[in-house]
Each structure stands twice: as C-alpha cells, then as structure tokens.
Design a protein around this ligand. Structure first.
Ligand code: AVI
Length: 332
C-alpha cells in the first residue's frame, strides 16, 4: 500500500498544538460496512467502534472491575517507571498510536520529560481534546496530533527545532491484539520503519490466561461492553441510513483458547432483515456480525513477533499475577 503524503518539516513551538489530518477518504465506513455485511461470516472492522459515543463507552469499559487491562498496565508503567525511563533514554520523540484519552501517556511524558509527542488517533475530537489538555499540563511539550488510521501505512511528518536522539513508538492498551497475528506483524514492521534504526517500541500486550477471566472482561455485568458493541449498529443507522433494531441483536463475547483470542459478535436474535444504505441484508436466528478479535499472547510469542518485524526484545515488565505485559524492544 502506498504511504500517504508527507508534509514539509515544520518548526515547533511549545504550547502550540498542531494537527494533521490523514483521515481515510469519506466513504470508507460506507464501503467497509457494505462489503463486510456481504461476507458469508458478516463482519465489520473494529476501528468503526470509535465514534464519539464509542470513545465514551470505551473509557467506561476501562474503569470496569472485570476489565483488568487498563489498571494493570497503568500499575506496570508506574511501578517500573525508572527502568522504563532508562530503557527509552533522553530526548526521545514519543509517537503514540491510538492515543485515546492518554492517561498512561501522562505518566510517561512526566517521567521522560518528553519534548515532542506525536499522538495518532482516528477520532479527531478525542485527539484534539486530549492533545490540548496535554499541552496545557506540560508547558515544555510540543504536541503534533495526527488524525489518521494507523492500521494503514502512514508517513509521519518530520519536525525541526527540538533535539531528538531517538524515536519511540508507544502502543499501550493491548490494541495490537485487535489485529490478527499477520496484521500485527505488518503493523510492527510499520512501527519499525517509523522509528528507524536505533528507535524503540514500548508496547502493552495482554497475556493468555484462564477463560473465565477473559470471558468476564469482555462481557461485563453492567453491560457496558454490550452497549459499546451495539453502538456500532446505532452508528450505522445514523451515518449510513440503516434500520437495525437494537433489541433484536445481542452482544456475544467469548475467549477461544485454541485461537488464543477473544471474539466479539453481534448476534441476531430472530430471522430478520436489515437495510443499510438502501441494501438489504438477511439474518438467520443466531447468525452473527463479527465485530472484533482481541488476541492474547504469551511473552515468548510476542517477542517472536517483534523479532520477525525487525525488533530486538530487550525488556518485559509484568504485574505479579502475570495478567499483562509491557515490552521494550529496540529496532535492530
Ligand atoms: C482497544 N482494545 C484493546 C480493546 C480490547 O480489549 O480489545 C477494545 C475492547 N473491546 C471490548 N472491550 C474492550
């Protein structure tokens, strides 16, 4: 795939937040949804969860008692911050893919005294709000927000005026698990190209564990994850003129220990017909739309993937229960 256009190097000034938009052309939701619903196993890419309401619901998921990922990763970062600072080294440009609400990023920026932070996110409103908040909190920080889809090749802008010794991609949250392993490999190769030789990767990866813990993490008692999943249908109704009836579908999520991944689906409760953008889609009772995978890795499996992408695994930080891992890898 051809990378998108690169702007010319720009001088930076702390406190001035710049934004670049490399958003996919309008119409990709339309094309992807119609194509996905026409497949024998209907499916919709998980990146479309994150409209305004989806971002809000995902933040609520991160607070749930069953969803151990966020608090465990945050504790790992806090508890090992001195070692992480040593691993990253001084004067690093911090590039964050899928920056979201950036709570974990604040820990890193504070400890690293980062001068240049480049958050990349598909949700422009969240990106703007959190970039402005970070710039206000850290007066020495240059923030360059990139609104774009990082699951596709993206040529990042270069900036002048800040001393940079190495580029470091920060990819927390185990979002890498939302790619299939071959897609994750492509993504890691792209991160390897983005940081260049001697650059580094700091990546959060959820670990394989018992099915009961994982099933509960993706089907919480309060039904927040269900609302997050069903919001996709509401988005399609609103943005593509769909007529899905929310109460005729249910959230379904389960860990498949053989494939080592959680799958999320929207299951049709009845034989029914739904229309999207004037096209008709039939659903049998029990038929599903596959909306997300969340792959889980052992430490060794993920290190192997990193090596295949051109990284040398140097550090792994985990919690006492071995629920979650944060890997520090260096571009070989
Ligand atoms: C963003 N991503 C890492 C989350 C995950 O755990 O796979 C998305 C999510 N889906 C359901 N709950 C959370």
């Amino acid at each position: 795939m051809k990378p998108e256009a690169t702007p010319q190097p720009q001088p930076l000034a702390p406190g001035v937040v710049r934004f670049y938009s490399f958003l996919p052309r309008a119409g990709s939701l339309h094309e992807d949804v119609l194509a996905g619903l026409a497949l024998p196993q209907k499916s919709i890419p998980p990146k479309y969860f994150y409209d305004e309401e989806g971002c809000r619901l995902f933040e609520a998921i991160c607070e749930l008692p069953e969803y151990y990922l966020t608090r465990t990763e945050t504790a790992i970062l806090r508890g090992n911050i001195a070692d992480i600072v040593q691993f990253v080294g001084p004067d690093a440009e911090l590039i964050e893919y899928g920056s979201g609400v950036q709570a974990k990023t604040r820990i890193l920026i504070q400890a690293l005294q980062t001068r240049l932070y480049v958050p990349i996110d598909i949700a422009m409103d969240t990106l703007r709000a959190s970039s402005n908040e970070l710039a206000a909190r850290f007066p020495w920080l240059n923030v360059v927000g990139i609104c774009g889809d990082y699951s596709r090749p993206l040529a990042l802008p270069e900036f002048a005026g800040v001393p940079i010794r190495r580029k470091v991609v920060f990819f927390p949250g185990s979002t890498v698990g939302n790619f299939t392993p071959p897609e994750a490999l492509q993504f890691l190769k792209q991160a390897r190209r983005a940081v260049g030789a001697g650059g580094a990767l700091l990546i959060g990866v959820d670990l394989k564990k018992d099915k009961a813990t994982l099933d509960a993490a993706y089907a919480d008692a309060k039904g927040v994850t269900a609302r997050f999943n069903l919001n996709l249908l509401q988005r399609i109704n609103r943005e593509l003129g769909g007529d899905f009836q929310m109460n005729r579908f249910r959230h379904k999520a389960f860990y498949d220990p053989i494939l080592g991944r959680v799958e999320m689906h929207l299951e049709s409760l009845y034989a029914q017909v739904a229309h999207v953008a004037g096209q008709r889609f039939n659903f049998a009772p029990g038929e599903t739309i596959h909306t997300e995978i969340s792959c889980k890795y052992s430490i060794a499996e993920f290190q192997e993937l990193g090596k295949r992408a051109g990284f040398s695994p140097e550090k792994v930080w985990t919690d006492p229960e071995q629920l979650f891992s944060v890997h520090g890898m260096v571009a070989a």
